[in-house]
Design a protein around this ligand. Structure first.
Ligand code: FES
Length: 168
């Protein structure tokens, strides 16, 4: 899989400036700008939100509310293996909470966080459109359906094995 290289802060800043400049005079450009920056950096930290706000003349509260609303945006860096668990109604009823609990237990982090080694992150997502197959979990581009809590450890261990990290 593709591993994101982390740029140094100056390179990150320049990328952000270039993206915002390309859109600054275009109306309705906030979402495309955030999308491109998220792709470039992997997340949308506070300093980016202030920069977007200043240059595009949009209140930072509006920038932040767009980021909070759309599940594809994140204020924290995601793990190399970005895990998302749907907590839409159908998945919730089918036990999404138990899947999240197992992931938290297995990875030693809470939903919304990334492991200290940057390998895994857990994110709670809204409906992914596969309600009949819940609970649904995604790990990068792979979709797991009808997950049972006792399968979570196996899935994580399979990734660790493939990745060459330790299994538990
Ligand atoms: S509620 Fe989970 S996919 Fe729709």
């Amino acid at each position: 899989m593709e591993v994101r290289q982390v740029d140094n802060p100056d390179v990150q800043r320049q990328k952000v400036e270039d993206i915002i400049s390309a859109y600054r005079d275009k109306p309705g450009a906030l979402i495309p700008v955030l999308h491109e920056i998220q792709n470039a950096l992997g997340y949308l930290p506070r300093w980016v939100q202030y920069r977007v706000s200043n240059i595009m003349n949009i209140p930072v509260s509006e920038v932040n509310s767009i980021i909070s609303f759309y599940a594809l945006f994140s204020e924290k860096p995601k793990g190399e293996y970005a895990i998302g668990v749907c907590k839409g109604t159908a998945c919730y009823v089918r036990g999404a909470d138990k899947i999240i609990e197992k992931l938290e237990e297995e990875l030693g982090i809470e939903a919304g966080d990334t492991t200290p080694d940057g390998k895994f992150s857990i994110e709670v997502m809204r409906c992914l459109g596969a309600c009949g197959l819940g609970p649904v979990m995604v790990i990068n581009d792979d979709i797991y359906t009808r997950i049972k809590p006792d399968k979570v450890k196996d899935i994580i261990n399979a990734i660790r094995q493939k990745d060459g990290s330790e299994t538990t």
